[in-house]
Design a protein around this ligand. Structure first.
Ligand SMILES: Nc1nc2c(c(=O)[nH]1)N[C@H]1C(S)=C(S)[C@@H](COP(=O)(O)OP(=O)(O)OC[C@H]3O[C@@H](n4cnc5c(=O)[nH]c(N)nc54)[C@H](O)[C@@H]3O)O[C@H]1N2
Ligand SMILES: Nc1nc2c(c(=O)[nH]1)N[C@H]1C(S)=C(S)[C@@H](COP(=O)(O)OP(=O)(O)OC[C@H]3O[C@@H](n4cnc5c(=O)[nH]c(N)nc54)[C@H](O)[C@@H]3O)O[C@H]1N2
Ligand code: SF4
Ligand SMILES: [Mo]
Length: 815
């Protein structure tokens, strides 16, 4: 063994050791030294148990922002004693609705002093994944990495260096390496999370600084709220109180449409269980009922949506004045042509009450209103047909359609729908249904919940990622890249990645297509992972860099609250860890790009706030530092579209897509005729009639755990006391025929992978589904890894990661 060689350095307790040793041992071995004040040992009870103020306890309290990808970005108190972060607590904000912290936020000290905390830069001393490491200096690490980047750029071109980041720490300083990658001309590999919603939403309803939603409080004006594929109590606990207060104080009816009987379903006024991947069919069925029962809001459609615009039969684009030689194409005068009640044609500016129905020939050009094209799609979706697909009773489909016009009604769309390959079309159908019901642009209507509401993100971008003076470079969406790997071409670009820098991302714990990724990484000569803790991805790296915890460096963040919050550095980075910003500076320097970098954090944040939206409200870095929390949205109610302004290319709500903005071009063929309007087709893999379903009959999905954000907090001893190992939730009906009883170990498998883990019976899980409480690491399983099971199909319009579109089989594991 060499002098510095260490084996299994910084490994947290794996499954076996954790289960053998008690939780108390885990605490003592890990964070115990620093959290003794929070978990007093029984034999040493202090005489005075009365709670102490921070001053009495000798603590300094600083503001810290939790920002690990749950989307909330709560600011909390960080209590520091003798330079150590001893605990976190709730921090009072001027708005009580934003005064919050969840169980994970309260466990941060255990992440800071986690046993799996990475301490030093390390390089691999054995085979990849073997767990043998050698400690190296920062200088050696940075020199090795940058030398390799230069060598690869020289030999294969700058695009052969790859950069991959995700949501480990949502703040601009943590993302400064994105700017480095742009200046290096390196390839950005995007993990492609949640793309279906974030493409379909803006395409339909536009994109303002509040996505396409209204003020969070506007839900108090909602009479009927469809919580659709959204699990707020687990995924956005910081927002759930808006929904429950709406129900309890304002009489809002909560209608939950979900595959699982979730906690919010248990609080709902109506629960609509649905077959996985079929929500598009339900929405189309509801539209059909709106039409047949005469419930559509035609005045709303005419005034606010693309309904009256005339679509040319020849190419599916809208008829404009330029088609009639009355304006120059592409100019601001080139307005859409619509049909008036008397059958004459003119521009949208001239005709105030345009027809939304009709097929016409305008100066020799055959056209149809886009609304009639939508109705043609909807016509086949009788509630009977929809019910056959989605397994929601015909009467319930009818009832839901009527609920949607019992105004004000709104939809809170979640990401549960995003994670099937038909997700984009599903959202398109739900948004179109909302338009037909006329439920937008008025108080209490539109889109609600965490993913379609105001956030401070508009004011504070995630990072300065693509500077104007950076060379041209490629972006590959990870699942599309995996699908293109065998051909070696991503559209026109070569896939030839020789180095990969991964930060703020647990690739193997979070991506689809693990098996294909491992194949891909065989050709990658250098894998570097910068993380706070060791995990399934650092295990596989060639060089590991220790990043510090958020509370150990200065920063700011603005997520789904109305605030940009300041994060003060509470303690020194532990061991040799460094912030991502400091790491990026070392790289900029060694790459000779230091003149492109913001060489101080202050300069970086000044640049971050140097944008029009921030300037308009006088939001500056100086203010954020001085005030600690800057309110970015007015407190009064805001209703998107109430002023008639829809931030879309047509200036109208769009259920018809004239131009389909491709998320990424990986050489795919797009069926534009199909994609322009909502439709439903089965998920590519996770569908009961697929051939594969004969072998693998169960749809495998995941639930957000209240004890984790993705894979973060996975080794927190408090949470391991409550849930010690990975488990799947299954309806007993699927277990009986397989001879499985509650508490057994089961093997869940398909052609891609296998995972052996505990089974928990749960009557709330739909028969035919296996649901994992996700976020576990590979070494916490008895065998295999649940993440290995996931499919990685992509669709033409959105190259998303479709986490739920997976079929598996389950059997009792050999004990
Ligand atoms: N099966 C399944 N898989 C899924 C999903 C699912 O529903 N089911 N959901 C998916 C979704 S929607 C998303 S958004 C992704 C998210 O996927 P990821 O963003 O990869 O989420 P995490 O697992 O939290 O990984 C973030 C990593 O960043 C590290 N980190 C934290 N702070 C810092 C820091 O300051 N610096 C650095 N360098 N690292 C830091 C954390 O320790 C952690 O290892 O997961 C996806 N994966
Ligand atoms: N605690 C915690 N909070 C988190 C995260 C975390 O990892 N942990 N991750 C964050 C991130 S990045 C994201 S993207 C969000 C996502 O949070 P959510 O938007 O809530 O999305 P999911 O939890 O993926 O799924 C939501 C619901 O969809 C249901 N569902 C599954 N399939 C279907 C279906 O076919 N139809 C219908 N109608 N419902 C279905 C699931 O049962 C689940 O209840 O959560 C964020 N918040
Ligand atoms: S995990 Fe999310 S909800 Fe919990 S404290 Fe952190 S930011 Fe807030
Ligand atoms: Mo996500």
């Amino acid at each position: 063994m060499q002098k510095n060689e260490v084996t299994v350095l910084n490994k947290p307790l794996g499954r076996r050791s954790f289960l053998k040793g008690s939780a108390a041992v885990a605490v003592a071995a890990g964070a115990g030294a620093f959290v003794a004040g929070c978990s007093p040992k029984t034999e040493e009870k202090p005489a005075d148990l009365a709670p102490k103020t921070p001053e009495e306890a000798g603590e300094i309290v600083t503001p810290g922002v939790c920002r690990g990808g749950c989307g909330a970005g709560c600011q909390m108190n960080v209590h520091v004693r003798d330079g150590k972060i001893v605990k976190t607590s709730r921090r009072e904000q001027s708005n009580p609705d934003t005064t919050r912290v969840c169980n994970r936020g309260l466990a941060h000290s255990l992440r800071v002093y986690a046993e799996d905390r990475l301490k030093y830069p390390m390089k691999r001393a054995g085979e990849r994944g073997e767990g043998k490491w050698e400690q190296i200096s920062w200088d050696e690490a940075v020199t090795t990495i940058t030398d390799k980047w230069k060598e690869v750029a020289e030999k294969y071109g700058p695009g052969a260096n790859g950069f991959l980041k995700s949501s480990g720490n949502i703040s601009p300083d943590a993302h400064n390496c994105l700017m480095l990658r742009a200046y290096m001309g390196a390839t950005l590999i995007d993990p492609a999370c949640d793309r279906a919603l974030y493409v379909a939403g803006p395409a339909a309803a536009g994109y303002s600084n509040r996505f396409c939603g209204s003020a969070l409080e506007d839900v108090f004006n909602t009479k009927n709220l469809l919580i659709w594929g959204y699990n707020p109590t687990e995924s956005t606990s910081h927002m759930t109180h808006y929904l429950l207060r709406a129900q309890q104080e304002h009489g809002t009816k909560l209608i939950v449409i979900d595959t699982t009987f979730t906690i919010i379903a248990s609080k709902a006024d109506m629960f609509v269980p649905i077959h996985p991947g079929t929500d598009g069919a339900l929405a189309l069925g509801m539209m059909n009922v709106l039409v047949s029962d005469g419930l559509t809001d035609e005045a709303f459609l005419a005034a606010n949506t693309v309904a009256p615009l005339l679509v040319k039969e020849v190419d599916g684009t809208y008829l404009r004045l330029s088609d009639l030689s009355k304006a120059a194409a592409g100019t601001t005068e080139d307005l859409f042509v619509v049909c008036a009640a008397d059958g004459s044609f003119g521009s949208v500016a001239e005709i105030t009450s345009p027809a939304i129905h009709g097929k016409f020939t305008v100066e020799g050009t055959p056209v149809t209103t886009s609304y009639d094209l939508l109705l043609e799609r909807v016509a086949e979706w009788t509630p009977e047909k929809a019910s056959e697909i989605c397994k929601v009773p015909v009467e319930t489909i009818k009832e839901l359609a009527h609920i949607m016009v019992d105004s004000p009604a709104a939809v809170a769309p979640g990401l549960g729908l995003d994670h099937y390959t038909n997700g984009t079309a599903t959202y398109a159908a739900i948004f179109a249904m909302t338009m037909m019901a006329g439920q937008l642009g008025k108080p209490g209507t539109g889109f609600k919940g965490a993913f379609a509401a105001e956030s401070a993100l508009g004011w504070m971008p995630y990072g300065l990622v693509t500077p104007a003076d950076a060379p041209k470079s490629n972006t590959f969406y990870a699942p599309a890249m995996l699908n293109c790997m065998d051909s070696g071409k991503y559209g026109d670009a070569d896939i030839n990645i020789k180095t990969l820098y991964i930060w703020n991302h647990n690739l193997f714990g979070g991506q689809v297509g693990n098996v294909k990724w491992r194949e891909f990484l065989k050709d990658v000569e250098l894998i570097v992972v910068a993380d706070v803790v060791s995990n399934s991805t650092t295990d596989y790296a060639d060089i590991v860099l220790p990043a510090c915890h958020y509370f150990e460096c200065e920063s700011a963040s603005g997520e789904s609250t109305k605030y940009v919050f300041y994060n003060q550095k509470a303690a020194e980075p532990l061991y040799e860890s460094k912030s991502d910003y400091d790491i990026s500076c070392l790289f900029f320097e060694k790459m000779g790009l230091q003149d492109k970098n913001y060489d101080t954090l202050d300069k970086l944040f000044e640049a971050v706030f140097d944008n029009d939206v921030a300037r308009a409200i006088d939001l500056t870095w100086d203010r954020v530092k001085k005030e600690g929390a800057v309110l970015t949205w007015p407190q009064e109610n805001y209703v998107y579209g109430e002023d008639g302004v829809w931030v879309t290319p047509t200036g109208r709500l769009q259920f018809y897509q004239e131009a389909i903005p491709l998320d990424t071009n990986y050489g795919q063929t797009v069926d534009f005729v199909k994609e322009r309007l909502p439709y439903w087709e089965p998920p590519i893999e996770g569908w009961r009639d697929n051939e594969l379903a004969a072998k693998f009959p169960l749809v495998f999905t995941s639930e957000r755990s209240k004890f984790k954000v993705h894979t973060q907090f996975t080794h927190v001893p408090w949470f391991l006391e409550l849930e010690a190992e990975p488990y799947v939730m299954v309806n007993p009906a699927d277990c009986e025929p397989r001879g499985i009883v509650d508490g057994d170990y089961v093997r869940v498998f398909n052609d891609r992978g296998t995972a052996t883990l505990l089974v928990r019976f749960n009557d709330g899980i739909r028969p035919g589904m296996v649901v994992i409480d996700r976020g576990w690491e590979q070494d916490q399983h008895v065998a295999g890894f649940y993440s290995d099971l996931l499919s990685y199909n992509v669709t033409p319009v959105v190259a998303n990661s479709y986490y739920f579109d997976t079929l598996v089989q389950m059997e009792k594991a050999n004990s």
